[in-house]
Design a protein around this ligand. Structure first.
Ligand SMILES: Nc1ncnc2c1ncn2[C@@H]1O[C@H](COP(=O)(O)OP(=O)(O)O)[C@@H](O)[C@H]1O
Ligand SMILES: CC(=O)OP(=O)(O)O
Ligand SMILES: [Mg+2]
Length: 424
């Protein structure tokens, strides 16, 4: 039996799913074997959770102080597989790696010396991601020398962005020479969600206009027009757009020079094991901003709990401020995208850790977008939750409000299975 391992290096987490091809192409071609996630990698101790396919819930998180970065998290997972699950790692035939920034790549690429050095060159454009993914790719290639590894890029899904959206109004020669344009990220997640919504609504994806929200440690919005990415909130790098756990999101670009007059000094942060040379400006905006500096926590559940949402006046409550900032910036994009879609929106979709779990955030955002023709929220469906993909709007006849549990690992493994296994 040859397994497919899908590895998702997020900014603060490493998520891994082991799949087995079912051999039945007409039904479900891939079967989940187990999923593990290591969270809080950037704010130790990291927490390790496992969820075998047959169980609905994961194990209680186990804390590990010796997991201090993505590559040690990956080694820990491989040891766990062999020691606790009795799975011989040489049975892993293919590995899919999520790589956030793919620059000019417009399709996935087999990991080899050439593609690895290209991915490394893009590291400073995704300082929280590409370096971490590369460190995992390196450990993985050493540990699984016979497996075929393929890199899947977040950016590929957004190759449909039109020029007036991906172009920044700056000197075109410099922009072209240095690749300074909007790329957009979370594309593997958006590809999965688009498929899931198409199935849920029983409509071909090419007919769908959607506003998708991927709200996790990194958060973004995507405007889908006729089944393709038409606009998205992240830009040249994942720092733009919505704020996140440690990221500022969009700010006035001049702000950083008023914040620090050493903005362009290169920093080598000793707490980052992967040495990506970034400027102090980028370090501030990527790692020393967002919920962490506003509230001292990156846990949005804690922020929501302490935000006193029932009170109209909460002056001085930093949790409420963070919550309100997030809602405000999310509304910016929903409003803009609804207009770009000329009001013809089939669904607004919440996903990512916060989008899938925070019924409070969904409730507040949904109430504010009623003016665009979205239905009132069904309190029960919203609070109770569900699995896979479900409606939370009271009226599901026209514009829908959906929650979708995204699965970037599945999306990569599905694509890998299609190109490397099914077609053979
Ligand atoms: N019950 C909850 N309510 C609100 N936010 C939550 C809840 N559970 C988890 N989260 C948030 O989800 C985020 C992680 O989302 P996820 O998409 O898994 O992140 P990553 O970007 O690391 O892939 C965490 O920052 C956490 O704050
Ligand atoms: C692109 C991005 O921000 O990814 P993540 O949310 O996984 O950190
Ligand atoms: Mg993620």
């Amino acid at each position: 039996m040859a397994y497919i391992l899908a590895v998702n290096a997020g900014s603060s987490s490493l998520k891994l799913t082991l799949f087995v091809p079912s051999g039945n192409l007409s039904a479900q071609p891939l079967v989940h074997h187990l999923t593990a996630s290591i969270t809080s990698i950037s704010s130790p101790p990291a927490a390790f959770t496992v969820k075998p396919a047959e169980s609905d819930v994961g194990s209680s998180p186990e804390k590990f102080r010796d997991i201090k970065d993505h590559s040690t998290a990956f080694s820990h997972f491989l040891e766990f597989l062999e020691r606790d699950c009795g799975i011989d790692k040489s049975k892993i035939g293919h590995v899919c790696h999520r790589v956030v920034h793919g620059g000019k790549y417009d399709e996935p690429v087999v990991v080899n010396e050439k593609s690895t050095s290209q991915i490394a060159r893009l590291s400073d454009l995704a300082p929280l991601h590409n370096g971490a993914a590369l460190s995992v790719i390196k450990v993985c290639s050493d540990a699984l020398p016979n497996a075929v590894s393929v890199a899947y890029f977040d950016t590929i899904f957004h190759k449909s962005l039109p020029p007036h959206i991906f172009t920044y109004p700056i000197n075109p020669e410099i922009a072209h020479e240095r690749g300074l344009r909007k790329y957009g990220f979370h594309g593997i997640s958006y590809a999965y969600i688009l498929n899931a919504v198409s199935k849920h609504l029983s409509k071909p994806s090419s007919s769908l206009n959607l506003i998708l929200l991927h709200l996790g440690s990194g958060a973004s919005a995507c405007c889908i027009r006729s089944g393709k990415s038409y606009d998205t909130s992240m830009g040249l790098t994942p720092v733009s757009g919505l704020p996140g756990a440690t990221r500022s999101g969009a700010i006035d670009p001049s702000l950083i020079f008023h914040y620090t007059n050493k903005a362009n000094k290169i920093t080598h942060d000793p707490t980052l094991v992967v040495d990506v040379p970034v400027t102090l400006a980028e370090d501030v905006l990527n790692r020393k901003s967002g919920w962490k500096v506003l509230c001292g926590t990156t846990d949005f559940a804690e922020i929501t709990e302490k935000a006193e949402l029932h009170r109209p006046d909460t002056d001085g409550n930093e949790y409420r401020l963070a919550f309100d900032i997030f809602v405000d910036r999310i509304l910016d994009y929903i409003g803009a995208y609804a207009v770009k879609l000329e009001g013809k929106v089939d669904a607004l979709v919440f996903s990512g850790g916060i989008g899938e779990k925070s019924w409070q955030l969904r409730k507040v955002v949904s109430e504010r977008v009623k003016c665009l023709g979205f239905p009132a929220v069904d309190e029960d469906a919203n609070k109770k939750g569900g699995s896979g993909i479900w409606d939370i709007g009271l009226d599901s006849t026209e514009k829908r409000i959906l929650v979708c549990e995204t699965d970037e690992q599945y999306e990569m493994a599905r694509q890998l299975h299609e190109t490397f296994i099914e077609s053979k």
